[in-house]
Design a binder for this molecule. Structure first.
Ligand SMILES: [Zn+2]
Length: 266
């Protein structure tokens, strides 16, 4: 599962949808994002953490409420959970838990924990909220557009940007919340890139970007996609077909995106 390792950052990647789990080790704590998907994969992540945790506190950042990002949480009952206020007060927690259980039913999967909706210990209520862990500073930004409860985390001084389901190299933007919110969230990224030295971008699906031009190309492409969605969605579809090896499986999301972008401006 090991996908990337450099300095404080280790990233595991699931066999399913190239979903990532980022692990950041500091002197005081271990910070994890969205442990996932398959039982063996979650066990592997847990073993990695157990080998290193010692007396440190484990924090898990839940980047947003899509069930694939919550499915491994039950394996870490002692972790302190960080998530947005909107996630903490999600309107349909039972539905998310049902999706996790349905997934396990479909593939005959058994786990040594039961699925629950997370109880959030550190609720992120406002943009720019911070959490200091020894020498490490976590700054959170609300990131609606994909889902309304999305959360960005910037970890300094290490220059690690945890983007959740944004800025992926294997998926175009999936707009499940709102087109205009998505555009605003990309503008937040542009500001963060200007104001901070970001060395690593970890998307929720796909590969780590670890140089400035790769990171800013991801942003440029997302902006381009959002713009073209309203101007020339058919040409955009052709571009996506070339760019994304799994486009066939994602085509419906492109169609939904077009409808959403159109409806919001009509
Ligand atoms: Zn996802």
């Amino acid at each position: 599962m090991l996908h990337f390792k450099q300095n404080q950052l280790t990233v595991f990647q699931s066999a399913l949808y190239k979903t990532t789990t980022a692990i950041i080790e500091t002197d005081e704590a271990i910070i994890l994002t969205d442990p996932n998907w398959l039982p063996e994969e979650v066990t592997q992540i847990k073993a990695y953490i157990n080998d290193r945790l010692g007396h440190k506190q484990l924090y898990i950042i839940v980047t947003h409420s899509d069930f694939d990002h919550l499915i491994g949480l039950g394996a870490f009952p002692k972790a302190k959970i960080i998530a947005s206020d909107l996630l903490a007060h999600h309107e349909n927690k039972d539905q998310i838990v049902k999706e996790m259980n349905d997934f396990d039913q479909t593939y005959y999967l058994t786990r040594d924990y039961t699925h629950q909706f997370p109880k959030v210990d550190e609720v992120i209520k406002k943009d720019g909220q911070q959490l200091r862990l020894g020498d490490t500073n976590l700054t959170f930004h609300l990131a609606p557009g994909h889902t309304k409860d999305g959360l960005f985390t910037l970890i300094e001084p290490h220059g690690i940007f945890l983007a959740g389901d944004y800025l992926s190299d294997v998926e175009f933007p999936f707009i499940e919340d709102s087109y205009s919110a998505y555009v605003n969230t990309m503008e937040t990224v542009a500001t963060l890139l200007k104001q901070h030295s970001i060395h690593y971008l970890v998307p929720g699906h796909g590969h780590v970007a670890d140089d400035r031009s790769d990171i800013s190309d991801r942003l440029k492409w997302s902006m381009h996609y959002l713009k073209q969605l309203r101007v020339n969605p058919d040409q955009l579809e052709n571009e996506c077909r070339k760019r994304y090896p799994f486009f066939k499986a994602m085509k419906n999301s492109h169609v939904t995106n077009i409808k959403r972008a159109t409806n919001e401006f009509d």
